[in-house]
Design a binder for this molecule. Sequence first.
Ligand code: SAM
Length: 290
Amino acid sequence: MKHVQDTLPPYVKIENGELWLTEDDRENLKISYRIKDIIFSEPSEFQHVMILDSYDFGRMLVLDGVVQTTSIDGHIYNEMISHIPLQLHPAAKKVLIIGGGDCGAAREAAKYPHLEEIHMVEIDEKVVQACKAHLQEVSGNLSDPRVKFIYDDGVAFVKEHENEYDVIIIDSSDPVGPAEALFSRDFYANVRRALKDDGLMVCQSQSPIFHLDILRRTYNNIGELFPHVKVYTATVPTYPGGLWSFTIGSTKPLALPEKATIPADTKYVNEGILKQCFELPQFLKTALEK
Ligand code: SAM
């Protein structure tokens, strides 16, 4: 074993000669992954950035000890956060992604030839550089000239833009540290201002199992700012609880086009997923009706 415990962050441990990452950011739940190798590990101004090679999930992006995306299940999340809003707004030309440092959402958006500009505002350049170099299963080595990387705080960025974007995708990490403000009502209000009159936004709104309070607050905040709000879900094995939620706010009624134009090479989203994505389990429907 080439690693020495003293040089590792506390959430990566050598146990009986094996390397283990333990997500221990929750009070009552710890999730551990056996790791083959540490591919990249550096602190940035905002967080500790790691790319780990794991046994069950392949390479994974880990920020401050929390798994963000992996080679094995990253496509589920990235396709759902990108294709659903882009199918709902087939005339979109200009898209903004906030966060999304693994580049997976930008990679999916770039599959739509009719999009003219895709702006990605990520606070931490080190995440983008690490994923482009070491996590190409997710980032796809993105080099589409329509994708413009802007290294800035998404909260400040949206304040300075008005009536500009057709679709805004908020692909944030959990609501701690720099991502906390990305879950606030003030931020969503500025997102609404940054959208064109017929625009729509989507955000990841956490686990319906473990963070129903955050999901309900997000749904209510967005519902106060947009005339149309809807939640959809997908199962992403590396997110606690598996079931994950996304919330859409739209100025126009949310209607899928009669003829879907899903790019040919998706691995998760297809016409059937699209047609039923707004069908919610009963506990979630009941919780959102309250
Ligand atoms: N799919 C992942 C998940 O749900 O766990 C998250 C995707 S991505 C890695 C999240 C990104 O949001 C991180 O790279 C982080 O640096 C970025 N981020 C956090 N706060 C931000 C902010 N205020 N402005 C812009 N980007 C931010």
